[in-house]
Design a protein around this ligand. Structure first.
Ligand code: 9D3
Length: 248
């Protein structure tokens, strides 16, 4: 059982985003416990204030320490020992598959989603065990990022994916982009399925798929291919792929 708590001003966004498909099923089957804590419910003033104007001036509002800290402490009390508190911010470490794998291996974790201009830095100083970003683009808040992190981790849990869709066979688990996929009909708008996929020669199909993965990773994500490296056979497959390209 993986225990997840999300600290968010918009708990319904997180519930909606995790309520469907593989992730929703894992929660319903009791493989995951997902709870939310709303800092507004931990605010002690009459107006339940969770944000305030930035010291030093400027646009927007900053999230206050006390209501978030109280919600985080309540989450820590309900989480198993060894559950880190992870903040989702544009300044965090870019989230990647290896981090999803680690989260899936833990007894639990808390995710803290922000809004507006972000958190008072002293909240991060006091409470952040880790800080993740989804990448270099601007979201309106951390909730969508929290849902993405939860989905990425939960689908890796034992028994969550069916036998046919194994997490171990995913792109990124071998450091390459996925190969192209096709289904019926065999011809659509004059575009045909690659002949090799109709041969039933499974060794040759596996080799073609590897070649497509190598070629696409070379063209689209050379950074991934450089990090992974290639053996001599893969090097040859990639050269053959590039020689077969139109214009080159
Ligand atoms: C003008 C400076 N912006 C910082 C880059 C302000 C700002 C933008 C977006 C402050 C907060 C946010 C809200 N974003 C998130 O909470 C967030 C996020 C994101 O925007 N991009 C990628 N990953 C993440 S994780 C959380």
């Amino acid at each position: 059982m993986l225990d997840i708590r999300v600290i968010t001003l918009f708990p319904e966004m997180v519930a909606a985003g995790t309520g469907y498909g593989v992730c929703g099923r894992a929660i319903k089957r009791g493989l995951v416990r997902l709870g939310t804590l709303d800092p507004r419910e931990y605010a002690t003033d009459n107006h339940r204030t969770v944000d305030d104007r930035p010291y030093g001036g400027g646009p927007g509002m900053v999230l206050k320490v006390e209501p978030f800290q109280a919600a985080i402490e309540a989450a820590r009390e309900r989480l198993p020992e060894g559950s880190p508190v992870v903040f989702l911010t544009p300044q965090g470490r870019p989230f990647e598959q290896s981090m999803a794998q680690r989260l899936a291996s833990l007894p639990g974790f808390a995710l803290v989603a922000g809004r507006y201009e972000g958190f008072d830095e002293r909240l991060l100083d006091a409470e952040a065990d880790e800080e993740y970003s989804l990448g270099d683009f601007v979201l309106s808040g951390g909730e969508i990022a929290a849902v993405a992190v939860i989905d990425a981790a939960v689908r890796l849990l034992p028994d969550v994916l069916g036998d046919d869709q194994s997490a171990a066979e995913d792109s990124f688990s071998d450091g390459l982009l996925d190969c192209p996929h096709y289904t019926r009909p065999e011809t659509i708008a004059g575009r045909t399925v690659p002949d090799v996929l109709l041969t039933g020669n499974h060794a040759e199909i596996r080799r073609w798929r590897l070649q497509q993965s190598l070629g696409r990773t070379h063209l689209r994500r050379p950074d991934l291919l450089a990090a992974r490296g290639m053996n001599d056979d893969e090097q040859r497959l990639l050269e053959e792929f590039l020689e077969a390209l139109p214009n080159n």
